[in-house]
Design a binder for this molecule. Sequence first.
Ligand SMILES: Nc1ncnc2c1ncn2[C@@H]1O[C@H](COP(=O)(O)OP(=O)(O)OP(=O)(O)O)[C@@H](O)[C@H]1O
Length: 262
Amino acid sequence: MITLEHVSKTYKVSKRDAGFYSACKALFRRDYEYIHALDDVSFSIGEGEMVGYIGPNGAGKSSTIKILSGILTPDSGTCLINGRVPWKNRIEHVKDIGVVFGQRTQLWWDVPVADSFELLKEIYRIDTASYCRNLERLTSMLNLADLLKTPTRQLSLGQRMRCEIAASLLHNPRILFLDEPTIGLDAVSKLAVREFILQLNKENNTTVILTTHDMQDIESLTNRVILIGKGHILLDGTLSDIRKDFESTEAALADFYRSYDI
Ligand SMILES: Nc1ncnc2c1ncn2[C@@H]1O[C@H](COP(=O)(O)OP(=O)(O)OP(=O)(O)O)[C@@H](O)[C@H]1O
């Protein structure tokens, strides 16, 4: 269903020292630095799988998710999702995927959440019957009834995240990309979000790819983990492959990161 083969991505960023002299110099001559975010990344994920995509800061997780969702084009390599190349068939591809970036919003800041949902209905061209059915189900599962009339800017982080997750699922996607979906949530909201994702996977067989630094998210949601460090895939297995004799997954991961110098 999802295949990524030999994908590499390098960012070219301009660099300059601080200060007026450097700013003037940069007008005439720019220095560039190349950041190899992904280097020969390959994996495949089957329908209905729940996979944790983990690694330290700057490892390349978000870059991978952006490539999988069609936002970013890799420099080399191939990616096929349900037979489509995400960055080439974007319009068709977005109908199949839902994306939640925990640090960004897809809701319009100043309008009530319900209006954002209506806009998404038009953008995704969701027919009215399925929209109403999905909205009703998501409202009850994520406990949104009291939030729908509130403008996004007035929601707490946890409330907003529940609305973000609902927004990403209104069009019934077969694949859900979650990039740190529980960041900053309190314990109750975390549990509610986890429970919801489990239920979604069980009932709809939705494929879920989850990136997070929260090992409890990984432990409770996924049975397969792909570990990336400095743009390379280091491990594709289970949490017990990482954990081995360590007391906690965090300790095992820290040791793993140290041993790979990542
Ligand atoms: N738009 C960009 N321009 C330049 N460099 C970028 C850009 N986006 C990411 N990078 C760099 O690419 C590398 C991988 O970044 P990425 O955001 O994919 O990592 P990540 O694993 O998601 O990190 P985190 O856990 O901190 O979110 C980092 O070194 C980052 O600085």
